[in-house]
Structures are given as structure tokens and as C-alpha cells.
Design a binder for this molecule. Structure first.
Ligand code: T1G
Length: 683
């Protein structure tokens, strides 16, 4: 018997019912899916021949969570709780058959099933914290009852996607079934449940792990302390912790009431609204209106990297990490050896931290080779130039590539600001040239700016975006301008920060304000970390800026133990009286006078200058959409995701408000500063 349902089908196979959900792309628990669950399970419960029910999904994954697009809209029956109750409180065993990623509400439905099986490639998790939420369908109450409070804290506040084997080991799954044979495996498991007359096991009734946790109340205080820095500024982690505390200390139904109350607070709050916006913004960024989704891609089977420095090595690791062979080309054996040694050391550190096996490291290193001969790049499908920022050097390299690399390959430059069109002018195939701007450390930072030149082909763009996703990056398309999207906005902020040093601020005043706003560090700490002498030359330095004076005095940042800040042996930054003296002398020599500058002025001049530049970037078409700009700053510069990004932040304040404030600051913003027309005309 086959019964068609709004988002799936119910099939009766002997004494086992199979409820198969089909709701692409990820079987999110939209209203139709909830309706299908309620109707399908009720039909199976009422069918006299049925003695067990298998819940499975078609397509790429088991239920991947609540439908995030429904948040903020009026609820539509049936609720997720109703769907869970018909499963958990029914009189027939329900077995969840999991593949893909069973996440959030999807895994909370699975936790209401009496048994759970999965294929080895499946992952389960409760990642709501990444949306500024908490598992609001009993996940904070059921998960700890299986895995214990400590593991639940890690899994839920980390928003982890846990591999099936680890879920099995923790008791979240009852069995792994052969890959590609999920239905057969689930039916076989259901057969055992029937033949062995296994009980209707309800997670809500488990209490052993809760009793154990009650004996160690210090667990929660210790966890909060250990994660204070990581959770700084976020609301959701703390709310998740409180729910898990409730699971330990309260009966199930009261724990559910705590979860519900805190969930409703979060879902209506600005942080979750910003984080849900960021979730969709990241996915929007991969859509390029004039580059069709079916644009032919270059199959990237071998990558060449020119330059084995910090960036080149980090970029190379991204490809080795996903099994793509990489050849790095340098100009000297010493530079090449140093580059390869740095890569080995980076992997070694990951192994030491227990996040990579030694075997996996060796497999990746085997994929990484080096050469002094550019001819080795001839059969590469993608070549990425990652040498220092000198246009003449880059053009010379691209001219050589043009003569060496096979037709059809993509020729990319990792330049962080230079004109991709001018680089492309050095080759006979400008359509193959694209910018792929990685962020340091390139094997860690998620952002990849893909820079589209005037002649860059759709295939080159689509290939760069696609390979970016494959290596785990968040790729955002940018047009050509100095600094592209991210660094152009960074420069707007730096101009204000540097100007305020001449008006009475110290570097640590400005850094503190931006750190308290939620940035990982302020502009001056960032400069010290990167090195003040990037782009500085002792030969030509004339003490023209504070940065020059610092460099001339050997204060070149963390690496020299002093920059804007003084650093102790543990590289802890301290405000520096030397820097204070340099700034004071510089102000006197240049005729500047001090004035009191409020934290509000520091924040508004820095952030509103960024918003203003972002509006120009959007108006010029350098960025396709405002949300792309936010994706750049969240993923490339650490803008706090619970504030969405500069443009989302601007919308929460109102662009007209920002324009008025900028007008009020007037000349303080600097002679170069002009209010963006799209801000000026904002209503
Ligand atoms: N709701 C609505 N749309 C979703 C969605 C969701 N939960 N997840 C994905 N999409 C869309 C996405 O926007 C994209 O759309 C397409 O599906 C493919 O996504 C009550 C409150 C499942 C690992 O947090 O992590 O349950 O761009 O590009 O790389 O306690 O999507 O094609 O138009 O990411 O293969 C909890 C979020 C929700 C999981 C698949 N669940 N999703 O990754 O594809 S809150 C999550 C993901 C909740 C309950 C709480 C990933 C994925 P479009 P994609 P992917």
C-alpha cells in the first residue's frame, strides 16, 4: 500500500511501515513536512498490520532542521512538538533512518524516535547556536539524557556536526548500516525490534546521566569560565548552558518549559535575527546573476601555486586538505624548502592539537610537491600566483604562465588590492585571469574574495567560486578596485583611526572601543600582529607618519616585541609610554592639539566610515549586494556575526541616522571624506 502525503509517501511493507519524507533541498521541517509526519505516523499507527515504523528521507539528507525561513512569521499548525509527540508517545516503535546531516529540529525528531540507525557518512548535531538560537524542540533536554551534561555542553554550544561513528559511541545511534543501503539496513533493524519485542524506549525517561551530573554542579561554572572568551558578546551559548542545567536539575516537562521560554527570547532577539541573516547571506553570495548556475567548470585535478611564502603555503594546504595535488614553485631552493617546512610545521601543530591524525598529515604532505621550474605548471588546471605585491613582478609571472600553462586553465592572482585587469593585460588569454584573494592565515580564514576582471570569463568565475566552496571557503565575488571589498572598507576605518591619534586618542583607546563592540581586535593591535613594516622601507622612510617613526625605532610590531604596544614574553600587549611619547611629539611637531574624544565618537567615526565606503562599493557595483559586503567582513575580518555585518548594522540603526551623524562630524571625518550619495539620500 502506498499513500501519497503532502511531502512524502507512506509505504506498508508487510508489518513495517516506511514513511519517506521528500522536501528538497534539505528536508527542512516546513509546515508540509510537519503535516506529513503527523498524518503519516498516525496512518501507520492506525494500520493493524504495522508493528514498526521506519522514518527515512529522500534526497541528500535526513531532516536538516526547522525551516529557518519560517522564523519571525506566524506559526503554522501542526507544530514541531505535535509531530514529535505522535512519534514518541505512539504505541508502535519508530526507527529513524539517518543519512546526510540530521541537524537541529531534524535531529530532535530523531531523538523522539525510539531507535536511530545511520549510514557511516551521516552526521548529527544541534547547531542552532550558530543561528543565535538553542535547540527549541527538546534537544537541550534529550541530548544530555543520552550523552551526559559535559558532552551535551560541548556539542550544543559548539554547534557540532558529529560523525555517525562518534554518535554510535555516545549512544545517540543504535546501529550503523552499510553505506548506500540505508533503507535495507533500517528495515533489518526494524525486523529485530519486532522479533525481539524491544521496548518503546523514550529518551525523555532516561535519568542516569542526569543524576551523575547533579553530583558535579561545578561543571557548569567551569564550562562558562573555560569558554568565556569564545562566547564573548554572544547570548545563545549562555542560554544553551542554562537549558542543559535545567535538564540536570528539573523534571523533563519543567526543563522543556525553561527551554521554550529561553528559545522564544532568542528567536525574537537582534542577535539571532542577525545570525539567521548571515546564514542566508553566505548562501546568497554564491549566486551571481549573470553567471548561470550551469556554467561549465574547469575540473581542478592539479593546482599550481607560485610563491611558497606564508600565503602560498597556506593556500596550498587548502587544496591538499581536500585531496587535490598541489605543486609549489619558488625561485630558490632555500625559499622552497622554507615554505614546505612551514607547511609541515602547520600540519604538525594540528596533529599535536589532536585535530588531525599523523597518517592524514602524511597523506596531505604527499600531495604537496615543490619545484624551481615553472614548466612543472604546464598541466595544472588552476595556477594561483601568491608572490609579493609588486605589479611588475606579477605581470612578468603571468606572461610566463601564458606561455607555459595548458589552454583552458584558470590563472588566478592572490593580490590583496592590485588591479586584476592590469595583471590580465600581460597574457593572451585575459578571460582566464581571475583574482582569488585569500586571507591570512590562508589555511584558516574562511573568506575568499573572487575578483572579476573586465574580461574574466564566466567559466573562470564559476570555477573559482566552486573550488572555493570545495576547499571550505566562503567565496564572495568582487569587482576590481583598490582593496576590492574588504580592504577598501578596512582602509576607510584606518583613516579615521589614524586621524584620531592626531586628535587626542591613543591606539589602545580605539582598539578597546572596537574590541568591546565585538571585533576580535582593534586596528592597531591588528597592525602589530601583521607587522608595521608591511610595505614600509627604511631607505625611504622620512618620519612622515607615526607608523614610520615606530618602524624607524625598530618598533615593528609583535615580531619585534614592540609596535604600537609593548609586548611581554608571552606576547601580551601593554599600552606603551614610548608610543605615547612618539604620538605626543608628533602632534606637537605637526601643530595638532589634543581634545577629549568619547567612545561614541570613536565607534561612530570608525564604523560609519566603513558603512559609507560600503555604500559606495555597492553603488559602484563592486559588490553585487549589501549582504555580500557583510559576508566579507564577518568571514574575513571577524565582524561579530551576532551583529550581521556593517550593512546589516547600518540597517538596524537606519541609514538616514548614519548620514546625519556623518554630517554632524563634518570636517572631523577628514578633507578626503565624502558622504556616499546612497547614504545621503537615504530616507
Ligand atoms: N531552513 C531553510 N532553508 C535551509 C535550511 C533550513 N534549515 N538549511 C539549508 N537551507 C537551504 C539553504 O538556504 C540553501 O538554499 C539550500 O537549503 C542548500 O543549503 C526547532 C530552531 C543542511 C548542512 O542549522 O547547515 O532546527 O541557496 O547551501 O552546503 O530546534 O544547509 O539553495 O536556495 O547550506 O549541502 C537548524 C542549517 C535550524 C542547519 C546542507 N538546522 N543548514 O549544507 O547546502 S533551526 C540548521 C545547514 C532548528 C529547532 C531549531 C546546511 C546543510 P538555496 P546549503 P549544503
Amino acid at each position: 500500500m502506498n499513500t501519497s502525503l503532502p511531502a512524502g509517501t507512506l509505504r506498508i511493507e508487510g508489518d513495517i511501515a516506511v514513511l519517506a519524507i521528500q522536501h528538497p533541498p534539505v528536508n527542512a521541517l516546513s509546515q508540509v513536512v510537519r503535516e506529513t509526519l503527523v498524518k503519516g505516523i498516525a496512518l501507520a499507527q492506525a494500520h493493524s498490520a504495522v508493528r514498526a515504523i521506519v522514518l527515512i528521507c529522500e534526497g541528500r539528507t535526513f531532516l536538516a532542521g526547522a525551516d529557518i525561513t519560517e522564523f519571525g512569521k506566524p506559526p503554522q499548525a501542526p507544530s514541531l512538538f505535535e509531530a514529535q509527540d505522535v512519534i514518541e508517545l505512539g504505541h508502535k516503535p519508530v526507527i529513524a533512518a539517518i543519512h546526510g546531516t540530521s541537524l537541529g529540529g531534524g535531529f530532535e525528531v530523531a531523538l523522539c524516535c525510539h531507535y536511530r540507525v545511520a549510514v557511516p557518512s551521516a552526521k548529527c548535531g544541534l547547531p542552532e547556536v550558530h543561528l543565535g538560537l538553542l535547540p527549541g524542540a527538546g534537544g537541550t533536554q534529550r541530548l544530555p539524557r543520552i550523552v551526559g551534561a559535559a558532552k551535551a555542553l560541548d556539542m550544543i554550544t559548539g554547534g557540532l556536526h558529529v560523525k555517525a561513528a562518534d554518535c554510535l559511541a555516545m549512544g545517540l545511534l543504535d546501529e550503523l548500516v552499510p553505506e548506500g543501503q540505508l533503507l535495507a539496513g533500517a528495515l533489518a533493524f526494524a525486523r529485530k525490534v519486532i522479533d525481539e519485542d524491544r521496548p518503546l524506549r523514550k529518551v525523555r525517561d532516561l535519568d542516569e546521566k542526569m543524576r551523575a551530573a547533579r553530583a558535579h554542579p561545578e561543571l557548569f561554572a567551569d564550562f562558562r569560565k573555560a569558554n568565556a572568551r569564545k562566547f564573548r558578546g554572544f547570548l545563545a551559548p549562555e542560554y544553551n548552558i542554562r537549558c542543559i542545567e535545567a535538564a540536570v536539575n528539573l523534571p523533563f516537562e519543567q526543563g522543556m518549559q525553561t527551554e521554550r521560554k529561553l528559545f522564544l527570547e532568542l528567536v525574537a532577539g537582534p542577535q539571532s535575527i542577525a545570525q539567521r541573516y548571515a546564514f542566508f547571506a553566505e548562501r546568497q553570495a554564491s549566486k551571481i546573476p549573470d553567471v548561470p548556475a550551469d556554467t561549465p567548470l574547469v575540473k581542478v585535478a592539479k593546482v599550481g601555486i607560485i610563491g611558497a611564502g606564508t600565503m602560498g603555503g597556506g593556500i596550498a594546504m587548502n587544496f591538499a586538505n581536500v585531496g587535490i595535488p598541489v605543486v609549489m614553485v619558488e625561485t630558490s631552493q632555500e625559499a622552497l624548502d622554507r615554505g614546505l617546512a612551514t607547511v609541515r610545521s602547520n600540519y604538525g601543530n594540528t596533529v599535536k592539537r589532536g585535530r588531525l591524525s599523523a597518517d592524514a598529515m602524511e597523506k596531505r604532505l604527499d600531495l604537496l610537491t615543490g619545484s624551481l621550474d615553472m614548466q612543472i605548471l604546464a598541466d595544472c588546471d588552476l595556477v594561483i600566483e601568491a608572490v609579493f605585491e609588486d605589479m611588475a613582478v606579477k605581470k612578468a609571472i603571468f606572461a610566463k604562465l601564458d606561455a607555459i600553462v595548458k589552454p583552458g586553465a584558470v590563472l588566478a592572482t592572490n593580490t590583496s588590492a592590485l588591479d586584476v585587469n592590469e595583471i590580465a593585460s600581460a597574457v593572451s588569454r585575459p578571460e582566464a585571469v581571475v583574482g582569488m584573494h585569500f586571507f591570512s592565515p590562508a589555511n584558516v580564514m574562511k573568506l575568499l574574495e573572487v575578483v572579476r576582471g573586465a574580461k574574466t570569463s564566466h567559466t573562470a568565475i564559476a570555477t573559482a567560486m566552486d573550488i572555493g566552496k570545495k576547499i571550505g571557503k566562503v567565496a564572495v565575488l568582487s569587482g576590481v578596485c583598490p582593496g576590492f571589498i574588504g580592504n577598501r572598507i578596512l582602509r576607510a576605518r584606518s583613516l579615521q583611526a589614524q586621524a584620531m591619534l592626531m586628535e587626542g586618542c591613543m591606539p589602545w583607546d580605539i582598539d578597546r572601543v572596537l574590541y568591546d563592540f565585538g571585533m576580535p581586535m582593534g586596528p592597531f593591535a591588528m597592525s602589530d600582529l601583521a607587522g608595521l613594516d608591511l610595505g614600509w622601507s627604511a631607505a625611504t622612510s622620512q618620519s612622515a607618519t607615526i607608523r614610520d617613526v615606530l618602524c624607524e625605532k625598530g618598533r615593528r610590531g609583535q615580531k619585534t616585541g614592540a609596535g604600537y604596544y609593548d609586548y611581554d614574553a608571552a606576547r601580551q600587549a601593554q599600552p606603551s609610554e614610548v608610543t605615547r611619547g612618539i604620538i605626543t611629539d608628533f602632534m606637537q611637531r605637526s601643530g595638532h592639539s589634543r581634545r577629549e574624544i568619547s567612545d561614541t565618537e570613536i565607534l561612530e567615526r570608525c564604523l560609519f566610515a566603513m558603512v559609507n565606503e560600503a555604500c559606495d562599493i555597492l553603488a559602484e557595483g563592486i559588490a553585487l549586494r549589501a549582504s555580500d559586503i557583510d559576508v566579507v567582513w564577518v568571514n574575513g575580518y571577524g565582524w561579530p556575526v551576532y551583529r550581521g555585518g556593517p550593512m546589516h548594522y547600518a540597517d538596524t540603526l537606519g541609514r538616514a541616522t548614519i548620514a546625519a551623524k556623518l554630517k554632524a562630524y563634518g570636517p572631523l571625518m577628514g578633507a578626503h571624506f565624502k558622504i556616499s550619495p546612497t547614504l545621503e539620500n537615504a530616507q
